[in-house]
Ligand binder design. Sequence first.
Ligand code: GLA
Length: 375
Amino acid sequence: MGRLRRPVARTYRAPGRVNLIGEHTDYNDGFVMPAAIAYDVRVAVTPREDRTVTVVSDGFSGTRSFDFDRLEPGVLRDWSDYVRGMLIELQRDGAVLHGADLRVTSDLPVGAGLSSSAAIAVGVGYALLDTAGLAVDPVKLALAAQRAENVHAGTQSGIMDQFISANARAGQAILLDTRSLTFEYLPLPDGATFVVCNTMVKHDHATSGYNDRRAECEAGVATFAARDPGVRALRDVTLEALESARGALSDPVFRRCRHVITENARVLAAGAALERHDFAELGRLMSASHASMRDDFEISAPEVDTMVGLANAFGPSVYGARMTGGGFGGSTVNLVAAGDVAAFVEYIVPAYRAATGIEPFVYLGVGAPGAGEVR
Ligand code: GLA
């Protein structure tokens, strides 16, 4: 009996994320507090003997084929940009990769603010490194995935999404300093549950809005740096310095900066509140974060404000609610007393449907492990 020559396929996964607090702070050298969710991208890999990577995806049609020696850099506006980007960036990091056939599947909704694209990049990167017999450094993997997105997929995202997808641990959130990339695992408590509600709405200007906000933050930094050369990012600006620069900033730029500066302080306070299981304070900070995103950063959407308002109307067992992710639609994250989660879900789904005519989707399972092989 001849043996089957075809090498065995292995499967890898990389999770999506929910950011508990700290929005639009990552590209301002600030703080974020995400956790992975139990929804992920899966990458099945069959090694090949040549220097080719092929990829098919359940979400998109067609097969893409890449030759290691002829990889075109830059944004091609194709669904496979993340895969091609990872091939380029991992090799840039010195990885000697192995040919492979990749099959990508996902139960992460696109456009829900739960980082499906970062999960594709991280999952493919993990799969390619492990298939080549290389050790995976999760921080380097996240940085390569961010470059894949920035340089080869055309979104000027920060590091948060890739970082949590690569580094998450079961039952933990991460408090990350995006300047130094130092981080701390924070156990998610038993007494309260983070519930994610997808509004199922994503406004067309989400990408342009994201890039506009980033440019407004940079305009603010330029003004502060001209006054104080020590300022490299909004991370370095205090509320006092912001107040004294009010006349030099346009009103929108002033408010964008105020969001980032106050949000950074809220993340640090939220980390401390989570550690001491002070759900009332954590919820208060989440609600203040939402108000700041809505009024100062102006990245909320009517449907998102409706979802947050309905959550707050449930009563005192909802400690706080806020939009999560890049904004202009997507999902909310709600901190709910553990004993009332089922009742909350039973309430919010018909309430949102009645208010908007849209069927929402609710996700539990916040606190999933980070990328790895599925065994
Ligand atoms: C998107 C980006 C992240 C971060 C968030 C907003 O998810 O990919 O880097 O900027 O928006 O907090």
